[in-house]
Structure formats: structure tokens, C-alpha cells
Design a protein around this ligand. Sequence first.
Ligand SMILES: [Zn+2]
Length: 302
Amino acid sequence: MRDERTRRQRTLSRSVALDGHGLFCGQDVRLELCPAPEDHGIVFERTDLPTPVRIPALIDFVVPQPRCTVIQHNGAHVAVIEHVMAALAGMQVDNCLVRLNAPEPPGCDGSAIAFVELIDQAGVVEQTAEREVFSVPEAVTVVENHDVGVAAMPPRTDEYEIGFLLDYGNGPIHPQGHCCQLSPEQFRSHIAAARTFVLRKEVEALRSQGIGLRATPQDLLVFDTHGPIDNSLRFKDECARHKLLDCVGDFALFGCDLRGRFVAQQSGHRLNHALVRELRKLREQAGAAEGHSPSQKLRRVG
Ligand SMILES: [Zn+2]
């Protein structure tokens, strides 16, 4: 009999598309979200290359890059996948082929709400196979220094909870925190619309590296000393909610549903990835202890 705490895998009812330009690279792009079979997982496909390349959105394919999450395979990469990943994970879409004709998805307004609306437009269907679940068995901590880190703890029952705390000291972004028990309803109402943010003093440095040349203060939150420029906050703690959104996207690189309590303080993508790698080690150890090879758990590459 099926365990009541598990659910069936889900995919989209039909393909849907969204046009825009990348937040970092500024390149025009069409993103298509396409239905995919059971156990396919989330796979990105670069359709603009002479031979299209598919890259599974799993931690093994992540390459280091500051300020965003990048996956790479067979010489092709896709950058800034975290907001698309957060929308798919937040809305419990487990199997999806994400086709892109550029190296970066549309940035939209710097949040995940456009992708949630796209998923709503497609509709979601249940498949037959059960979604795999990993329950955090023991506390795991990745710390950078005394006030930057991320931790995962076992669930009390079967919840998936993420809390984020940030304190940048005296500045326009006041100390704040947000905590959420993940479900599609919670994600859609409280997390998906929280936007990327940057400090005005960081903008010039980013632009000199060719990052965000097409972005305006309407595309994301740019804070100067008084608050966001030419924009207003959607939530008082929008920055903490956006960082929580990034965690949802990054933790989805684990490749299955998670149960546990996650707490992050000032952490960014690099530490989020490090935590996912630590959790993967625990799962492999548990698999080895049960006497089967971890490779049995590896997903098919789209
Ligand atoms: Zn983000």
C-alpha cells in the first residue's frame, strides 16, 4: 500500500513558452516548459547549439560561479537556473524538459512568479510512479564564518521547512527573517513573488563585468541608502523571502522531495550547493548500509 506521506510524481499537461531576456547576460531568450515522463527529473536543453545539449538539473552538474547557479554538461551550460528551479520545485513539478535557445532563462522581474504563472497556464498532471523522498537523518551544517552558514536538521514529523535570516548591518536592507513550510500554496502566496535584490554600490562593479546591462530598477530591487530605487517592496521582508526562494531552487538540485528543517543565515548559492552535496553523501552512505549501490538511485539522463 502507498505510504500516505508520499505522493505521485507530477509533470505538466502541455508545453508552454515565455519570451524575455536573461537577468545577468541580457540575451533574448525563449523558454519552453515541456511535459516529461516519470523519473525524468528536471532537465535543461540548450536548443541554440549546433547539436542540442541536455543538462540534468542535479548537483553533480553544478559548476562554481558567483551569485547564481550554473549547470554544465558536454561543453554546454545554463546559468541562473535557480528561479525556474524554485518555481518547479515549489509547485511540485518533478518531471520537465526546460528548453532554452540561450544560456540563461528570462529574468522577468527577478522573482519566480512568471514561471509559476506559466506552470498554472500549462496545468499539472499526476503520473503513476511515486515521488522519491529523502528525510534528513541527522543534523548537517555548512558554515563559512560565525554568521554565514546553512544547516539541515531532521523533520519533527514529515515537514519540509526552510528559514532564512539576514543581517547586513546598518544599511537600507534591515535585519530580517522568514520561515516557510513548503507546499505549492505557501510557495505561490508567500515566496514566488519575492524579487532579486542588489545594492546600488554593487551595480557598477557588476556592469563592468558585463552583468545586468539590460536590467533596470524595475527588473529587480536596487537598494540605495533610502530603500529600493523607483520601486516598492512587495513584502516587508522581501529580501529574506527571495533568499529563501533561492534555497528552494538550490535544494531541488538534490533531485527528490526533502523532509527536514533547513535554516540559512546570510548563505548564498555556494553554501547551498555544499549542503546539498553533504546530504547526498548521507544518502549514499545510507544506501551502502542497506546493501545496494547508490548508482541504483541515479536518474536517467534525459
Ligand atoms: Zn535569486
